[in-house]
Design a protein around this ligand. Structure first.
Ligand SMILES: NC(=O)c1ccc[n+]([C@@H]2O[C@H](COP(=O)([O-])OP(=O)(O)OC[C@H]3O[C@@H](n4cnc5c(N)ncnc54)[C@H](O)[C@@H]3O)[C@@H](O)[C@H]2O)c1
Length: 255
């Protein structure tokens, strides 16, 4: 089956990581490059996209960084079309992009609701639909959606974020059901609090200790922990896994 054509067939695999310019997405990009993928990143973060261009200069042929939003359908169609033309294949899509803005249920504004839901959920829909049309032609591929323990009431936060992440889990299952006949697998990773550079730069030691105490393992995820789970789910080792949620939260899910 096409998806099991491995990198040993000679041509590098092709992957898309949205929001791959920094944080968890950046670790996913590096992990997939190490697993012999050429990675297309679509991200609105200008500085992060420029740093990926430096990575491509250091390791030619590894990454194409496009500055733009997952909500910009013409840009997404162009970038994904260029990737398929370059690599002759499309193996994996990681829908990681998203933002959140502080709010409680009682003070969430309509504008922030739209920004949070659009970036986390509608952007994933746009990228997934564009990519899936290419994968259907080829007869295989894998999607991973990045969800959050916030969708399961584990952490407090803006209602729009919890709703968007619950929505992405529903979208993920629906895609698994409708795309399985094309050899396309679709799963979600439910991410717990992760020690990204952004978080580490803003929280005090006491605040980080309090966060660690919310996990069963007494530690926060490193971005690499999330990247490892995602790399597994897009790999051939996961060829019989679809429609699933994998929690990578140190047990925060249960705590
Ligand atoms: N860090 C955590 O503790 C944590 C916990 C649970 C879930 N998550 C999820 O993991 C993912 C990555 O989080 P992170 O902490 O690395 O965040 P981050 O803010 O460091 O990275 C997110 C990236 O997405 C990009 N982005 C946002 N909206 C975009 C859009 N519409 N189009 C293109 N790019 C866009 C940003 O520019 C940024 O580079 C997110 O989906 C987040 O909800 C993170």
């Amino acid at each position: 089956m096409p998806e099991t054509e491995s990198a040993s067939s000679g041509s590098p695999r092709a992957a898309i990581v949205t929001g791959g310019a920094r944080g968890i997405g950046r670790s996913v990009v590096e992990r997939l490059i190490d697993a012999d993928h050429h990675v297309l990143v679509i991200d609105v973060n200008e500085k992060g996209v420029a740093s990926l261009a430096d990575l491509e200069r250091d390791r030619p042929g590894t990454v194409t960084a496009v500055l733009g939003s997952t909500l910009d359908r013409p840009l997404v169609e162009q970038a994904v079309g260029d990737l398929v033309a370059r690599c002759g294949r499309l193996d994996a899509v990681v829908n990681n992009a998203g933002l959140t803005l502080p709010a409680t249920f009682l003070d969430q504004t309509d504008d922030d609701w739209d920004r949070i839901v659009d970036s986390n959920l509608k952007g994933a829909f746009v990228v997934s639909q564009v990519a899936a049309r290419h994968m259907v032609e080829r007869g295989g591929g894998a999607f991973v959606h990045v969800s959050s323990v916030s969708a399961h009431g584990v952490r407090t936060g803006p209602p729009a974020y919890a709703a968007a992440k619950a929505g992405i889990e529903g979208l993920s299952r629906l895609m698994a059901v409708q795309l399985g006949e094309h050899g396309i697998r679709v799963n979600s990773v439910v991410v717990g609090t992760t020690a990204t550079p952004w978080l580490l730069g803003r929280k005090s030691d006491d605040e980080l200790d309090a966060m660690r105490a919310t996990t069963l393992l007494g530690r926060l995820a490193d971005p690499e922990d999330i990247a490892a789970a995602i790399a597994f789910l897009v790999s051939d080792d996961a060829r019989h896994i679809t429609g699933q949620l994998l929690s990578v939260s140190g047990g925060q899910w249960l705590a």
